[in-house]
Design a protein around this ligand. Structure first.
Ligand code: LMR
Length: 324
């Protein structure tokens, strides 16, 4: 043993071990989140001259929805970007406000919440569950898919629709008349392929990059809810970094998020155009009366969740969203 150790080459005194950040996420590399993570990796490599390394693990390769927050707590990863829907079950019910159906009409409204003072306060609240919130990022608005059009509540009856583990989303599907099935993102495609579920709600980029157009005949452009992310680290890890590295990482992340938001807006349009041209998929637009009927059917969700989310927070979100 001693001889073996003696044979090991000694590291030169000046060698500095690169700092490693493992960034795990559940979607494909060619999604807004996947692209943001790769952009962040590249910026950090350039600006630290290779001293800080970011390893990106997409597609639930390392951890999935069920265990990624635990992995962060245990120090098995340093960065995550869970969708906002994943924070409610983690003990942060105020984040469920983002799941409320038909709350936002467009991304400008969302940004007035996430990119302002209220957004900063919400990120700060992540510390209650040992997370450091570093920023918000968009994916986009969700659309409904199944193998029938989903225009009015009667169309939802009898369908099992996959949702994320969010009580609001479960209630939303029930209010619309469907049966919600909670599944991790990484299991959604298989569940659709095997008939465990009949449909799902997804932003266009997730729908396309998971190949769900190969399994679903109808995509209805309901734009009924927002899907965005909070990028989080662990305070223990973050506080252990030299101030200059924290600054470098924050700056690179801010730029990567701006890039990701740009990708999100562009991909939402481009992927929809591609989907519209696919012979096997029918894309349906809602007319205003149909959208109003869905919105009306979803209203009980507000009555049930206002207390849980916090009536003041909901009012604040509405005020911020409406501000010009
Ligand atoms: C989902 O589970 O549908 C999404 O949160 C996946 C993602 O990260 O975009």
């Amino acid at each position: 043993m001693a001889a073996g150790l003696a044979a090991l080459p000694l590291a030169p005194a000046c060698a500095v071990r690169p700092l490693l950040l493992r960034f795990s996420h559940v979607v494909a590399p060619d999604t807004p989140k996947g692209q943001m993570a790769l952009q962040f990796q590249q910026l950090v490599a350039q600006r630290s001259a290779g001293r800080i390394r970011v390893e990106v693990y997409p597609d639930s390769q390392l951890y999935g929805d069920e265990d990624e927050l635990e992995a962060l707590r245990l120090g098995a990863v340093e960065l995550l970007a869970p969708s906002l829907s994943k924070f409610g079950p983690a003990g942060l019910p105020e984040f469920e406000v983002f799941d409320l159906p038909f709350l936002f009409d467009d991304l400008e409204q969302v940004h007035r919440v996430t990119q302002g003072e209220l957004g900063r306060r919400l990120l700060a609240r992540l510390s209650r569950q040992q997370m450091l919130g570093l920023g918000f990022m968009d994916n986009g608005f969700k659309q409904m898919s199944a193998s029938r059009p989903l225009r009015v509540p009667a169309d939802f009856r009898g369908l099992r629709l996959r949702v994320q583990a969010s009580r609001v989303l479960v209630a939303q599907m029930r209010a619309l008349g469907a049966e919600p099935v909670v599944l991790p993102f990484g299991e959604t495609r298989r569940a659709l392929a095997s008939g465990v579920v009949d449909g799902a709600e997804n932003p266009i980029s997730n729908f396309m990059t998971q190949g769900l157009h190969e399994l679903q005949r109808d995509l209805t452009l309901t734009r009924h809810g927002y899907l965005g992310y909070a990028i989080v680290s662990h305070p223990r890890f973050w506080d252990s970094l030299p101030a200059a590295d924290r600054e470098l990482l924050r700056q690179a992340l801010a730029e990567a998020i701006a890039f990701g938001n740009h990708v999100s807006a562009a991909l939402d349009r481009a992927a929809l155009e591609r989907l519209r041209r696919l012979p096997g998929l029918r894309v349906h637009e809602l007319d205003p009366a149909e959208r109003a009927a869905l919105k009306q059917a979803a209203q009980p969700v507000y009555r049930n969740f206002e207390q849980r989310v916090g009536p003041e927070l909901l009012a604040e979100v509405r005020r911020a969203a409406a501000r010009d």
